[in-house]
Design a protein around this ligand. Structure first.
Ligand SMILES: Cc1cc2nc3c(=O)[nH]c(=O)nc-3n(C[C@H](O)[C@H](O)[C@H](O)COP(=O)(O)OP(=O)(O)OC[C@H]3O[C@@H](n4cnc5c(N)ncnc54)[C@H](O)[C@@H]3O)c2cc1C
Length: 455
């Protein structure tokens, strides 16, 4: 069945039984174990075109792998064609236009490595191995969001292979409807082979917050951080608060092994000299256990969390937005963290504000522009704990849903969930449906937070 495609892409086509097939179908979340009919490991736009044209003719659904990091494991599918973009990771800086040209399989680390050579950065996320494509197409929350907005707000153009099997340039002038849709609407509309991102002057050294407190102080820390954030400037508003149980890792001193802690991280996205004073109150919210706040190369800080994240992990995750952290919300969340069924958790509250909140809700599909926090919950299941962990995640979501902002979730942090999808897009959903009907009426690209064209 795949002979024609093999004639075009040669050994980049992997079929079940091929020694590389099992390695390539693996995604970050090992709870997702799917077997596509075939995988094309794309090295060029021509490979992507061949794969999409082949799939369209044979009515094969397509899953697209950027970095393979989505908690829902959308990059892989059962029985369809998996388009793996990981070899397409080139990043080039156009200094004149002040844009980065980034291939669809690049990671955040690939971008920082190249752009920092020129003293520039793209606002992306916080773990360097994450794929930029999935992150950017559904938002993109990193340490620069307060000053420069979401990653999707910084897409100025893209090259897209559509379901028709055509490669088109998409920007404010060409296909403006599709340009609107890809800035938050996910992988619903085609394969992005290349992005153009706006660049901002950042670094090379930044003043960055990195302070760790005892989890017992969590309530007062959350309350005081919220008060601080109400007056924080754009440069300081992108605060990430994480509750976790530290692993017994060699890079951590022994007294921290298995300790439940609360960590505060953030980059001051302005003059570092100002940053020191502005971040100071966040270093005094309680008695710190460790405080590594200070000057650091931006590219190094972007990798600081990498050692905490396994390459592959059996994980369950969810997400919700909040207008504010009321005492009731805080108590419910902390109670859940205290009663967790597995030792390995990452519960993150990220402050939202500044530029990302100023973009009008209909300027891109990313509609949640006025929430003040996003909660991201991940639990890594040990052997046999899957059901317990899933129940725990569902209970965190269900328990906090009534307190959430518009019952909406950050789609990059939650698996397939129709209600979460429509709630995230709000009034923008109907426009996305029209654009989906135009560019992918047969729903070839369906492994994502899917825009349904049929009721
Ligand atoms: C360790 C870790 C850290 C994270 N940190 C952050 C963070 O700091 N900030 C943040 O905002 N999010 C973060 N996330 C969430 C992240 O944004 C999502 O996991 C995102 O989907 C990752 O993109 P990917 O390309 O790796 O994903 P994939 O799983 O490859 O893809 C996700 C979705 O995008 C589609 N897609 C991928 N590539 C393309 C493409 N080229 N064209 C069209 N569609 C495509 C896929 O089909 C799929 O539907 C993190 C996730 C992990 C696991």
């Amino acid at each position: 069945m795949f002979q024609l495609l093999e004639n075009q892409v040669g050994s980049r086509l992997l079929l079940p039984g091929n020694e590389r097939f099992d390695e390539r179908r693996k995604v970050w979340n090992t709870a997702v174990d799917k077997r596509p009919a075939a995988i094309v490991v794309c090295e060029s736009e021509e490979d992507v075109l061949a794969a999409v044209q082949f799939a369209k003719k044979r009515q094969l659904s397509i899953s697209i792998r950027g970095g393979g990091h989505h908690v829902g494991g959308f990059a892989v599918c059962d029985g369809g064609l998996m388009i793996d973009l990981s070899p397409m990771s080139k990043v080039t800086v156009d200094e004149t236009r002040q844009v980065a040209l980034v291939e669809g399989g690049a990671t955040l680390g690939d971008i920082d490595l190249e752009t920092q050579k020129y003293g520039f950065a793209v606002p992306t996320g916080t773990v360097s191995e994450t794929g930029v494509a999935g992150l950017a197409l559904s938002g993109g929350l990193g340490y620069l969001r307060g000053k420069y907005g979401l990653t999707c707000d910084n897409i100025v153009g893209a090259r897209v292979v559509t379901a028709e099997g055509m490669a088109i340039d998409v920007n404010a002038q060409n296909h403006p409807d599709l340009f609107w849709a890809i800035r938050g609407g996910g992988g619903n509309f085609g394969v992005v082979t290349k992005f153009e991102f706006a660049l901002h002057q950042v670094g090379p050294e930044v003043f960055a917050l990195d302070v760790m407190y005892d989890f017992n102080d969590a309530k007062t820390i959350l309350q005081k951080a919220q008060t601080y954030l109400a007056k924080a400037p754009d440069e300081a508003v992108s605060l990430n608060i994480t509750a976790t149980v530290l692993p017994p890792a060699p890079f951590l001193p022994e007294f921290l092994h298995f300790k439940k802690v609360i960590m505060l991280m953030g980059v001051y996205a302005g003059d570092p000299k100002e940053g020191e004073g502005i971040f100071q109150p966040l270093r005094e919210l309680a008695e710190p256990i460790v405080d590594q706040t200070g000057m650091i190369p931006f590219a190094s800080y972007q990798k600081k969390l990498d050692p905490m994240v396994p390459d592959h992990v059996n994980v369950y995750g969810t997400s919700l937005y909040f207008d504010q952290l009321t005492d009731e919300t805080i108590d419910k969340l902390l109670y859940k963290i205290d009663n967790v069924p597995a030792p390995s958790i990452l519960v993150q509250l990220w402050a939202l504000g500044g530029e990302m909140n100023r973009v009008p809700a209909n300027a891109t599909p990313f509609a949640i522009r006025d929430a003040k926090f996003v909660l991201l919950v991940d639990i890594m299941a040990m052997a046999g704990d899957d059901e317990l962990c899933k129940l725990w995640v569902d209970s965190v979501y269900g328990g906090l849903l009534p307190h959430s902002h518009k019952k909406a979730s950050y789609l990059n942090g939650i698996g397939a969930n129709e209600e979460a999808t429509t709630n995230a897009f709000q009034e923008n959903y109907s426009r996305l449906v029209e654009i989906k009907k135009k560019y992918d009426p047969e729903n070839l690209f369906r492994y994502n937070h899917n825009i349904k064209t049929l009721k």
